[in-house]
Design a protein around this ligand. Sequence first.
Ligand SMILES: Cc1cc2nc3c(=O)[nH]c(=O)nc-3n(C[C@H](O)[C@H](O)[C@H](O)COP(=O)(O)OP(=O)(O)OC[C@H]3O[C@@H](n4cnc5c(N)ncnc54)[C@H](O)[C@@H]3O)c2cc1C
Length: 489
Amino acid sequence: MKNFSVIGSGFSGMSAACFLAKAGNDVTVYEKNTTNGGRARSFTEQGFTFDMGPSWYWMPDVFEKFFGNFGMHPSDYYELVQLDPGFQVIFGKDNVLAVPASMAGIEDMFEGIEKGSAVKLKKFLDEGRYMYNTGMQHLVYRPSYSWAEYINYDVLKGVTKLHVFQSVRSHVRSYFKDERLVALMEFPVLFLGAMAHQIPALYSLMNYAALSLGTWYPMGGMLKIPQAMEDLARSMGVQFRNDCEITKLNVANGSVTSLNTINGTPHTNGVIATGDYHHMEQYLLEPQYRNYTEQYWTKKTFAPSCLIFYIGVNKRVKKLIHHNLFFDASIDKHSNDIYTDPQWPEDPLFYACCPSKTDPDVAPEGMENLFVLIPVAPGLKDTEEVRERYYKKVMSRMEQWCGDTITEHVVYKRSYCINDFMADYHSYKGNAYGLANTLMQTAVLKPSLRNKTIKNLFYAGQLTVPGPGVPPALISGQIAAGQLLKNTN
Ligand SMILES: Cc1cc2nc3c(=O)[nH]c(=O)nc-3n(C[C@H](O)[C@H](O)[C@H](O)COP(=O)(O)OP(=O)(O)OC[C@H]3O[C@@H](n4cnc5c(N)ncnc54)[C@H](O)[C@@H]3O)c2cc1C
């Protein structure tokens, strides 16, 4: 039996811990924050329970597969409901697309907007299913040390169907003309931290995930997932040390031998570091052991950060559903302000999540739990004054569209932005979702899962393979655990 250490209790850390424990090892998770879940932590104030980070539950099969590895199923821990409509995209006053849960409903909606598009959608999603299945079976569960890992018969046979060198934007536009349908089909890749023209068309597997596999919600909130993982980990003997920041990894003879914590220097046989990769390397390792220099990070394309408002409203708000995307401004202008010329966006797109529409437990009776998110460039100057300015902007747009007063009914409000991401997670430039999945930052081209000089140190999480998002974080922890077990055998 070995004694393994995991830094960070986000999805990737808890996933890694579960796999290491299942293999019969002593596992300790060290987490700097008081509560577990990383970016998916939650908090309760005045009867409102707010999920702090993720709110979209997509790819339920990945969660089933994760828990299935341990003889369990998500339903052993939480009740999942499918949202119908899955989400609505707001383009203007009377210009809204509410996406039904059923495929027949989605096809009707497409056909009503653009003649002939229902048939095209079927074909698009057939391709998306192929990409999804190929991706899930042959691509994402790999350590990505070399392109050779991806060469197998099934992948080669279908390589043209994977559209690796085309962008999502051109792929979508080769099918659909109506700008609203184009926006709807391009939206899911925003989860990968980049715009549709920067992302390989292979990632239109996300459309299959969004439209065909459905949008789900765990009753009680997204917090149910990290809670489930923590329960599972503890049931296998994993120990959690909270409020326990790791400040250094001590190396001897090419291996990490111990970790510096605020209350001791525990010995270790191997480490999986799941805090933000940049911090793990630049602050915990001496320069000769780092995979990358500071300059390397400055050249990377980061996924956006975001300005979030957690809001309690003392009445029900009309017209909002669970997931609402306010696309009533120019996406090109906003993306320019994130990626090309980083600055606070004049007229931002934003997302409003209202889980109390589905779940009575997240707000007091008759009230509404609102989470409003504006994507912004990482590294911007974040001040109270700026946050307040954007609060007024988005609340006024939401009130206008809803035709309802909201601001004067706000009984709880907290904002969260770049400075908080840096303070809470040591996030590089306050990024929220890690690295963008652009073509040049995909698979082998991502920061490596393994440390190149220390044989018992691996990285996991949204800055390494396979990429940002909850399902990839689960997978990342699994891959890293497999590699550590192999290397320390
Ligand atoms: C606002 C927001 C909305 C999102 N929405 C979605 C969504 O709807 N759907 C989706 O799939 N994904 C979403 N994501 C992305 C998803 O939440 C993340 O990709 C995922 O949670 C990352 O998990 P992780 O384990 O890689 O990292 P983290 O969750 O960041 O976990 C890393 C942990 O390491 C800890 N740590 C760091 N340094 C140290 C140290 N020195 N010592 C000890 N501990 C340390 C941190 O405190 C943290 O708890 C969202 C993210 C954000 C921020």
